[in-house]
Design a protein around this ligand. Structure first.
Ligand code: C5P
Length: 236
């Protein structure tokens, strides 16, 4: 295949054994694996080394948000673990994001590795207008997403995480090189769950997503490998 496989399979399982079993099963059909807080806190940094040892790329989704110096050091530690993508909260501000990006590129350069993609998270999709107002942000959710997305790009980040329904609007205001990573992907074949605002894999790519984060439609399928292959086939 000449085109990059845009599927990032979320390893949303509670143990290293389950994660590695799933990773080995679906690796040939996906482009990368996402390791989030549940697995990382349970299994520790070693799970990153073990998933990397399969040859797969790793997206470490720990959504860092702290003072710039602390975030820079956490990013450096992540880069030393050889992750290819990681997340920071854009609401941490421009100084924090610039520190994260600089640390990512400087650490990778020192190790003679390609720099990872540092992704900005804008407004969590669990938050609505009243949740934003509660923390003193009297702005519409969509406006706040655009504001934080623009700030992330001005701060030097080259990618953002966004909901499927934000892709089209963000594509209108962002430079073309910005990579958009989107969860909330559903094929229509799976049982109803807590994702409310979804697009199919093809719809998300057509709207301008670069990467698709897919959890349950793959790992909860009867045959995860077949589910991933079917999603991949739907894209090309
Ligand atoms: O199982 P599902 O496909 O819904 O998993 C989506 C993945 O993306 C999960 O790891 C979830 O934590 C993450 N995510 C999300 N919605 C967001 C941000 C992240 O579903 N707004």
């Amino acid at each position: 295949m000449t085109k990059q496989n845009p599927i990032i399979a979320a390893l949303d399982v509670p143990s290293a054994e389950q994660a590695l079993k799933l990773a080995e099963q679906i690796a040939p059909a996906v482009g990368a694996f996402k390791i989030g807080k549940e697995l990382f806190v349970a299994a520790g940094p070693d799970i990153i080394r073990r998933v990397r040892a399969t040859g797969a790329s790793v997206f470490l989704d720990l959504k860092f948000h702290d003072i710039p110096n602390t975030v820079a050091k956490a990013v450096a530690s992540a880069v030393r673990l050889d992750v290819q993508m990681l997340t920071v909260h854009s609401s941490g501000g421009s100084e924090m994001m610039r520190a994260a990006e600089k640390s990512a590129q400087d650490t990778a350069r020192a190790l003679d590795r390609p720099g990872p993609l540092v992704l900005g998270v804008t407004v969590l999709t669990s938050m609505d207008g009243s949740a934003l107002a509660e923390i003193g942000c009297e702005t519409k959710v969509g406006d706040q997403v655009e504001r934080l997305a623009s700030l992330a790009v001005k701060s030097g980040l080259r990618g953002l995480v966004c909901s499927p329904l934000e892709i089209a609007d963000l594509r209108k205001i962002l430079p073309g090189h910005i990579q958009l990573v989107t969860p909330g992907i559903r094929t229509g074949a799976e049982k109803a769950d807590d994702q409310k605002r979804t697009l199919t894999p093809l719809e998300a790519i057509q709207a301008g997503a670069t990467w698709l984060v897919i959890g349950r439609p793959i790992y909860a399928a009867e045959n995860p490998r077949a589910a991933a292959e079917k999603i991949l086939a739907s894209l090309f």
